[in-house]
Design a binder for this molecule. Structure first.
Ligand code: FEO
Ligand code: CA
Ligand code: CA
Ligand code: CA
Length: 717
């Protein structure tokens, strides 16, 4: 997501949870060529065995033990910069046709038919291989499907202005024709890609290509299915919903499907100023406020203003009809889930996996699976002061499910029944996962919110986590599992609300930084926390802070605690993905703090293990906060691999099983362009990727790039 203040950083956790409240503790103890020379990327169809999908003893196919590339310098150039010896090419940008009948993208605001084009704001991305005959393959590396999220749009004053001819309409009501385009550029895409051994390209005519949008029929699964709180005019029995929205991080299940997190969905809904009164004693008033939609809140795009049709009316989340069956008062409750699709089978509807909770979901990443053990997934809720969660399945892993006959049926088996936990971090470097279910008496007997059943916990998850005293974190983003040792890494991107008074061991920094002479406060540059568990299903963990984001020139005893230097300094870590091919930990940034010096970036890391550093005492006035810091970094363990174009965030990353190609998403280049300048390219913040020779028009576009090594080698080696 963008770091622009209007778009994110929803801030509605007003619960009393601070850090280690002693009363709660007592209660809880109960229980196209962008850069580089001509490329001859020798990416062959190497059928080497990559154990994608995970197993208890995982070893990478092509382990990288030394980061063999020269670091990319910080830069504000409007281009994608990669190391010498590498080539990056655009292969799929906003508006590119996904079928043969849709015309090429003109990129001047007149294009239509977005349901058959790549969407906007490319985010998380996952590789799903195909063999030569078009069957699913975990080993083929020359043909596959890229399943990716289209999170949001570049907008100002209601309008996604780069897709409208003159920037669109910034007052209410908005024209239906503009809204119709915006509804279709959000969601998910599946795009087939292939290499001939020289260059990768998307296949616009592939029968696998698919779009899922805000309008696609979906099915509710898990404990929330059939809840009274999911009843809408569209689904009187609360089992169906429409569309997916603000899809951020992604994951790949051990059974070979694609999952996607619905993140900042609440901002798309309107609530009438009198809606609290209209709902009288409805407990949802508390939940609506907790999830960031106060009565009278304007929506991000004004989609509710497009006309009487339900296509538009559904974005008005107010209680205006005789009952929930007559309006869309519950429409928001149908968003905020981890959703699952089978990327190989577009005939099957998207499933919303409510057992994994309703949050501002970033991604979900799976622990290594072991036969006879539960399947475990880790998740962050990305808003200031939100929590870290894990899900433990009831069903025990059957290794035959690594290649199931029906992938979504395997999803039903592992993701519809299980237990959700939320994390509480303790000062001493330990932590506990607290159960969110009706058999936790703190929830069943809660005076904070009325939980009647597990459906209420699945839908009002943040309130359940408040009730049990979870630890408020500095905006949890992606989670990743180190294939070498199973440790879990979670990025905490930044938190402008963290103060010296609220700093705790797991969120220990609050400081002042200057950006172009202006003061920024809080945890300005973010950090990455690391958890170690004896077994993934355990209720206990040990933690430390693997990495603190900082400027290289920041004080090394108070801010730059990981010893970052010009080769690897970063701000606001967001994407974090471990390569199964090489073991490299890829870290991506979504920064607004260090952007007076450098555009956002992708770094490669060779992390150690929890506890490889030591304790560190940080002074906050009279208070001393002692935290646990990983080993200091050097350019040998952390190195900048890519810097993106102006205004862009570096979002998803995935790879071929042989590790010889990576696919990286570049989101919202040029997002600081003014809507008034939409037809004046000289005033665009960015003209990428047209300035790299890709596509028509000069309006900036979010895009997927593919990166190969010119000698055909393994990426990062
Ligand atoms: Fe969509 Fe939390 O980034
Ligand atoms: Ca600064
Ligand atoms: Ca993100
Ligand atoms: Ca972010």
């Amino acid at each position: 997501m963008s770091n622009q203040p209007y778009f994110n950083n929803e801030d509605s956790n007003t619960s009393a949870n601070t850090h280690f409240d002693s009363v709660l503790s007592a209660r809880l103890s109960r229980r196209n060529l962008l850069r580089g020379s001509a490329s001859v990327a020798g990416v062959g169809a190497l059928g080497s065995a990559a154990a994608l999908g995970g197993c208890a003893t995982f070893s990478p196919v092509s382990p990288v033990n030394t980061l063999g590339f020269a670091p990319v310098a910080k830069t504000m150039a409007d281009q994608v910069s990669v190391p010498a010896g590498y080539t990056a090419r655009v292969i799929c940008a906003l508006g590119d046709p996904l079928n043969a009948a849709t015309p090429a993208y003109k990129n001047d605001g007149t294009d239509t038919d977005f349901g058959n084009r790549a969407g906007d704001h490319h985010d998380g991305i996952e590789w799903f291989g195909l063999d030569a005959s078009g069957q699913a393959s975990d080993t083929f590396s020359s043909r596959g499907l890229l399943a990716m999220n289209h999170e949001a749009t570049t907008d100002e004053k209601l309008s996604s202005f780069f897709i409208h001819a003159n920037g669109g309409t910034s007052t209410l009501p908005r024209p239906a024709a503009e809204i119709d385009k915006e509804l279709m550029i959000h969601g998910i895409a599946v795009v087939e890609v292939q290499t001939d051994g020289k260059a990768w390209a998307a296949k616009p005519g592939s029968a696998f290509n698919r779009r899922v949008t805000t309008m696609t029929p979906t099915v509710i699964h898990g404990p929330a299915r059939g809840s009274e709180h999911l009843v809408t005019k569209y689904s009187a029995d609360g089992t169906q919903a429409r569309g997916t929205l603000n899809n951020c991080g992604t994951g790949r299940t051990p059974w070979g499907t694609f999952i996607s997190g619905e993140e900042n969905w609440f901002g798309y809904f309107f609530r009438d100023a009198k809606d609290d009164d209209a709902r009288k004693k409805d407990k949802q008033v508390q939940a609506l406020n907790r999830y960031g939609r106060k009565a009278g809140a304007a929506s991000r795009h004004g989609w509710e203003s497009g006309g009487a049709s339900d296509t538009y009316a559904r974005w008005n989340n107010s209680a205006i009809g005789a009952s929930a069956k007559d309006d869309f008062r519950n429409e928001m409750n149908t968003f905020g889930y981890i959703v699952e699709i089978d990327p190989y089978d577009k005939s099957q509807a998207l499933r919303k996996r409510s057992a994994l909770g309703r949050l501002g979901h970033e991604n979900a990443t799976f622990a290594r699976v072991s036969a006879g053990q539960p399947v475990v997934a880790y998740m962050g809720d990305d808003s200031r002061g939100e929590y870290i969660y894990k899900f433990v399945s009831d069903a025990k892993w059957d290794t035959a499910d690594a290649k199931p006959g029906n992938r979504l049926a395997a999803g039903d088996k592992y993701l519809d029944k299980g237990t959700l936990y939320v994390a509480r971090f303790k000062d001493d470097g330990s932590g506990e996962w607290i159960k969110l279910s009706m058999d936790n008496p703190v929830i069943a007997n809660s005076s904070y919110f009325e939980f009647k059943n597990d459906a209420d916990i699945a839908i009002f998850t943040r309130l359940a986590a408040d009730a049990v005293g979870a630890t408020k974190m500095d905006r949890p983003e992606w989670a990743g599992v180190n294939p070498k040792n199973g440790e879990v890494y979670i990025t905490l991107t930044n938190n402008s609300n963290r103060t010296p008074a609220s700093a705790d061991a797991a969120n220990p920094r609050s400081y002042t930084d200057l950006k172009a002479g202006k003061e920024q406060k809080g945890n300005v540059n973010g950090h990455i926390v690391r958890l170690a568990e004896k077994n993934p299903a355990d209720a206990a963990f040990q933690w430390d802070i693997y990495l603190f984001g900082a400027q290289a020139d920041a004080d090394r005893s108070t801010i730059n605690l990981s010893n970052l230097s010009d080769e690897n300094d970063l701000s606001s870590p967001d994407g974090l993905v471990f390569s199964k091919a090489t073991g490299v930990c890829w870290i991506q940034t979504d920064d607004g703090a260090y952007t007076d010096t450098t555009n956002c970036m992708l770094l490669a890391a060779l992390p150690g293990q929890r506890g490889d550093g030591g304790s560190k005492a940080l002074k906050h006035g009279e208070r001393t906060v002692t935290t646990h810091v990983g080993k200091p970094q050097t350019p040998a363990t952390l190195k900048r691999f890519l810097v993106g174009p102006k205004g862009a965030e570096i979002t998803g990353i995935t790879e071929t099983p042989d590790g010889r190609a990576i696919f990286v998403n570049i989101q919202h280049a040029g997002e600081n362009t003014k809507m008034a300048d939409v037809n004046d390219p000289s005033k665009f913040e960015s003209q990428w990727p047209s300035n790299a020779g890709y596509g028509a028009g000069r309006r900036p576009r979010s895009a997927t790039i593919v990166i190969t090594k010119n000698d055909g080698g393994v990426i990062g080696s």
